[in-house]
Design a protein around this ligand. Structure first.
Ligand SMILES: [Zn+2]
Length: 200
């Protein structure tokens, strides 16, 4: 039975290659022993949510945790993780979505004080660099002349091409989840007051 993904095995192999010979053999033995003990692979973000992996927790509620990345891109690299094992940002319900925006607002505000800027990074799908099938949103504080690179080569696009892509994207937009009706308590109170006044 394979206990780790091919991707993880590759990473382990790459890491082992960097070690000098006697150390490499020793480390390889250690890792193999660990893997045998672990059983089937588990989602690291689920384990963090369940408190089975130690984290430096900045926030926790019923649905989310916010923790410091253990291997930060920069000082203060923070990750927002839903406790539910969901893969995509569009799997969040309305209540959770609202919470995510509020948490991103709060933590980016704080991080922007301790740094000179913040990148919010969400990766989805194998081409994006998403490592685990569990939604995670990275808040990466930026410092002038740090070594973090989030960049691409801008390409030229014709107007007709942009129009075509626009149609393609719009046609795939999901149907919005219906919102719970909001009860306007202030207005109800006002109406009651008015009614009371009209009573003889
Ligand atoms: Zn998970």
């Amino acid at each position: 039975m394979t206990q780790v993904s091919e991707e993880q095995l590759k990473q382990i192999e790459e890491y082992l290659k960097t070690l000098p010979e006697p150390e490499r053999q020793e480390k390889e033995k250690q890792i193999m022993a660990q893997l045998e003990q672990q059983g089937p692979p588990q989602c690291p973000f689920c384990l963090m949510s369940e408190g089975k992996i130690e984290t430096t927790k900045l926030y926790e509620d019923e649905h989310f945790i916010v923790v410091l990345e253990i291997n930060p891109a920069n000082k203060g690299h923070t990750i927002l993780i839903p406790k539910r094992h969901i893969k995509h940002i569009y799997s969040l319900n309305n209540e959770e979505s609202e919470k995510v925006i509020n948490l991103l607002k709060k933590f980016s505000a704080s991080l922007s004080v301790i740094s000179q800027g913040v990148n919010i990074l969400y990766s989805e799908g194998p081409a994006s660099g998403q490592k685990f099938e569990h939604l995670a949103i990275n808040l990466i504080p930026r410092y002038t002349e740090d070594s973090v690179k989030i960049q691409w080569q801008p390409k030229k696009a014709e107007k007709t091409e942009l129009e075509k892509v626009k149609q393609e994207i719009i046609s795939h937009l999901p149907i919005e989840e219906p919102k719970a009706p909001k009860i306007d308590t202030d207005n109800i109170k006002k109406e009651l007051e008015e009614k009371k006044k009209r009573l003889p």
